[in-house]
Design a protein around this ligand. Structure first.
Ligand code: FAD
Length: 390
C-alpha cells in the first residue's frame, strides 16, 4: 500500500506526475497556487521522449496534444539571414519513435493535461509557504491562506524558484546565464516550406527561435545578452525588438510586428547549480525544482515529463518511498546533468562574437549526420522496461 503523497506545483512536471499516479493507482493530492489554469504563456516544443510518456499515460492524450499543436518534419539552425547552418530532416526520428518533435501553445498544453487528471485530486489556489516535520504524520504543509495539510510525503514540482528546494537544500543556487529572453505568439502564416520546421536563427550576438503552434499562430523567442532583472515599457517593447533584429531576415521583424503586445513576456534565463541529491527523507524534487536548465535544447519540460514517468514507476515498484526516491535520483542524474551542462554550453555557442561564429558554423556544417542522429536517439530514448502495470 503506497503512502499518501502531496505534489506541490501543477506545472508540466506536477500535472504529468499526477497523470502517471492516476494510471498506476498511486494515491496523491496536488496543490497548485494558481486559482485557475488559464491559457497564458507562449509556446513550447515537445520532443519524442516527452511524447512517449504522454502516449504511455493515454494514447488519446497524446493524440489531443498532437492535434492541437504542430508537428515538425525538420529542425534547423540558420544564420541571421535564414541560411541553414544545420538542417535535420526528422524522417529517421519518425521511423524510430513513431513521431517527431512538435510545438504547442504552453497554456493549451497545460489545460489539456489538467483535463485528463482525476479532478478530485487537484486543489487550486493553494500557495505553499513551508513544511514542518512532525513525529506522527511525517509532514505538515503550510499554505498562504492559513490552511495546513498533513502528509506522508512531498513531491516538490514547484519550478525553478521552488520553495520546497530552498527549505530542503538552503545552499542551492540559481546561476544567471547572462541572457534574457522575450517570448511571444504572432498572428502570422509562415510560408508553406517553413510551416513544419522548428528553427532558430543565430547571429549578431542574438538568437531568434520560430515555430508554428496552430493555424495562423507562430511562437517565437528572442534571446540577448543582458544584465539581469531589467524590465521593459510594454508600449515600446515591439519597436525595441524590431530595432534589435533589424539586420535579421525580414521574417523576424514581421513576426514581432504581428504580435499583440500583451502576449510578449520577458524573463531572464537561469539554471540551477547541480544538486548532489534531489531527495531527503520522504521529500523529493522533480523538474525545474530539481534540475532547471537553460532552454537552449528545449529539454526542461521534456525532462520534467520523463521525471514523472520514472518516479511514478519506481514508487509503484516499492512500498518504501525513500528507496524509490533514491533510485529515481541515481537513475536520472546522468542524463539530466549532461543536459544541464549541454544546454548551458549551447547558450554560449548560440550567442557569441563574430570570430567564434565563423568557427562554430564551420564545425556545425561538418558535423557528420550519423553523429547527430546518434545524439538524438540517445536524447529521445525512454526506458520502457521499468514500466509497472497498474
Ligand atoms: C524561454 C523558455 C523556453 C523554454 N522552452 C522549452 C521547450 O521548448 N521545451 C521544453 O521541454 N522546455 C522548455 N523550457 C523549460 C520548461 O519551461 C521547464 O523546464 C518546465 O516548465 C518545467 O516544468 P516544472 O513543472 O518543473 O515547472 P513549472 O512549469 O515552472 O511549474 C511549476 C508550477 O508550480 C507552481 N508553484 C510554484 N510555486 C508554488 C507554490 N509556492 N505553491 C504552489 N504552487 C506553486 C507554479 O504556479 C507552476 O504551476 C523553456 C523554458 C524557458 C524559460
Amino acid at each position: 500500500m503506497t503512502e499518501s503523497i502531496s505534489i506541490v506545483g501543477g506545472g508540466i512536471g506536477g500535472l504529468v506526475t499526477a497523470l502517471s499516479f492516476d494510471k498506476l493507482n498511486i494515491p496523491y493530492k496536488l496543490y497548485e497556487r494558481a486559482v485557475s489554469l488559464e491559457v497564458v504563456g507562449a509556446g513550447i516544443w515537445l520532443s519524442p521522449n516527452a511524447l512517449q510518456v504522454l502516449e504511455w499515460i493515454n494514447p488519446s492524450l497524446l493524440q489531443e496534444i498532437q492535434n492541437t499543436g504542430n508537428t515538425f518534419n525538420r529542425i534547423m539552425v540558420a544564420n541571421h539571414k535564414l541560411k541553414p547552418i544545420s538542417d535535420s530532416k526528422q524522417d529517421f526520428v519518425q521511423e524510430k519513435f513513431g513521431y517527431t518533435t512538435m510545438a504547442i501553445h504552453r497554456g493549451k498544453l497545460q489545460q489539456i493535461l489538467y483535463e485528463y487528471v482525476q479532478q478530485e485530486n487537484i486543489i487550486l489556489g493553494k500557495d505553499f509557504r513551508e513544511y514542518a516535520e512532525n513525529d506522527e504524520k511525517p509532514y505538515e504543509l503550510y499554505f498562504e491562506d492559513g490552511s495546513v495539510v498533513n502528509t506522508n510525503s512531498i513531491i516538490g514540482a514547484d519550478g525553478i524558484n521552488s520553495k520546497i528546494r530552498k527549505q530542503l537544500f538552503p545552499n542551492s543556487k540559481l546561476r544567471y546565464s547572462g541572457q534574457t529572453c522575450w517570448r511571444g505568439v504572432s498572428n502570422y502564416n509562415l510560408d508553406a516550406q517553413l510551416e513544419s520546421v522548428g528553427f532558430t536563427l543565430w547571429g549578431k550576438k542574438l538568437q531568434f527561435g520560430v515555430s508554428k503552434i496552430s493555424e495562423g499562430k507562430v511562437y517565437w523567442f528572442a534571446v540577448k545578452l543582458s544584465a539581469p532583472n531589467l524590465t521593459d515599457d510594454k508600449k515600446s517593447i515591439k519597436s525595441l525588438l524590431v530595432t534589435m533584429f533589424s539586420e535579421y531576415d525580414p521574417l523576424v521583424t514581421d513576426l514581432i510586428k504581428n504580435t499583440p503586445n500583451e502576449t510578449i513576456f520577458r524573463g531572464d534565463l537561469s539554471d540551477l547549480e547541480l544538486l548532489n541529491k534531489w531527495n531527503s527523507g520522504n521529500i523529493c524534487l522533480i523538474g525545474d525544482a530539481a534540475h532547471s536548465m537553460t532552454p537552449d535544447l528545449g529539454q526542461g519540460g521534456a525532462q520534467a515529463i520523463e521525471d514523472a514517468f520514472y518516479l511514478s514507476n519506481f514508487i509503484k515498484e516499492t512500498n518504501k518511498l525513500e528507496s524509490a526516491f533514491n533510485k529515481f535520483y541515481a537513475y536520472r542524474k546522468t542524463k539530466v546533468e549532461k543536459l544541464v551542462k549541454q544546454s548551458r554550453l549551447t547558450s554560449k555557442i548560440a550567442i557569441t562574437n563574430r570570430f567564434m561564429e565563423v568557427i562554430r558554423n564551420l564545425v556545425l556544417k561538418r558535423t557528420p549526420e550519423s553523429y547527430m542522429k546518434k545524439q538524438m536517439f540517445e536524447l529521445y530514448k525512454l526506458d520502457k522496461t521499468i514500466v509497472n502495470n497498474p
